[in-house]
Design a protein around this ligand. Sequence first.
Ligand code: ZN
Length: 479
Amino acid sequence: MSIVKKELVPSVIEMMVWTRKIFKQGIRRPGYSADYWAENWVKEQFETMGLQDVTLDPVPVKKWEASNAELKIWMVNEPNELLDIPCFPIPYSKPKNNLEAELCMISDKTSKSGKIAVSELELFKFPVKAIKSYSGVDRYYDPENEFDNMEQTFPFDFEMRALFDRPLKDGIAGFIGILSGYPWETDEYYVPYDAVEGEIPGVYVSRDNGKKILKLIKKGTVRAKLSYKAKISEIISHNITGTLRGISDEWIVIGTHHDGPWNSAVEDASGMVLVLAQAKYWSQVPKEQRPFNLMFLMNCAHMAGGRGAIAFAEKYKELLRKVVVGIHLEHVARDVKSENGKLIPLADPTVRWWFVSRIIPLEETVEEAIIKEDLERSILLPPDGFPPGRDSPPTDGSFYHLEGIPFISFLTAPPYLFDTADTLDKIHQESYEPLTQAVIRIINSLKDHSADELRSLVLSKKERNKIRRKYKMRKENGI
Ligand SMILES: [Zn+2]
């Protein structure tokens, strides 16, 4: 019996039909109508596929809605020469009507108190070679030998969080983040999404519009008037679950989040499609051939502090003890290059990150599935320490690691992830079927393992490093 029944795997055509349907509904932030549509549509799909116990669990979430953003700047010696600068309010920042103040650079050494601080923001760039070394497990699949000459642009910068906090210390009245280091012209950057309410107003300005501000600041004293409205309301979003029984009492959870910052094709219509493809596949496989009970999860509120995943972990605490592996699937992304301020989709996928618990048989299972399905540009990463300083993966599935549950969290992080540039052409369609098949292989390969056994095999960072050194020595000495 083949380990993947190819005839039961949804075709890329069907998966793209799902993707387009989700995308065209509109902005899928928590509490927006397109996200409610997504919840009901997923429920319908689960029911049509014959999943049992299809449930919508309510989760209280902070919805953020901003409007009427305006930024005007002028030189104090030319008060009639007003420049209107398009801008986008920073999510969860404090709205203000007509904040008028002098502009300063955030790097200025003189007093910034009461001023609007301007900062140029970058996107973090990292050589893939360095990510590979961070992997700590030496498991990656790079058949074209591209990694050593590749650089990845992340959709965020590690400095940014500190930047949002810093103005408070200096008594700054407002903040303008110029997206100078962005490889395309945009101000629609939906970050941060931790749903922590800011204490000052702030907006993003695109690279080219930012240049106008910087030019004036170089010439002399500049003042600005900043206004926008924003409403934060308590709303109810929902986690959707459905199950299929298998031959074991134990469980595998296959999930992702259903919300996103915009219409967001990659983030995370593509993850929803991966989960739907698993549900459809396993619903057609006879119960005796499902190695475990399967729970399919589409949680809410990734874009509002990850509340959905937290609520899921709380509600299903008991069931999670019997979970052999939690599998979280996010973002089927296409690599891009930039040309004249525009993003151009390329043929290859964005580098794929597979965060996996430090369990050797689990690492081996994932590695084997990646190779079998020829999922080039894949790197296995440890559950903590990447990006540097993290105690869990930078994914919606990070709760598995924090709760001590063996997990696999698949993620790509293209630079356009939180931007309106995340459109249908950014989906790496060619990966839909092989990724689906890789997950099916992983689930089937785990059939002889149990929840307790895998937990007993979790290695510490030190133990894992020891194995890595031995493995390297054996390789170098040709043993
Ligand atoms: Zn996501």
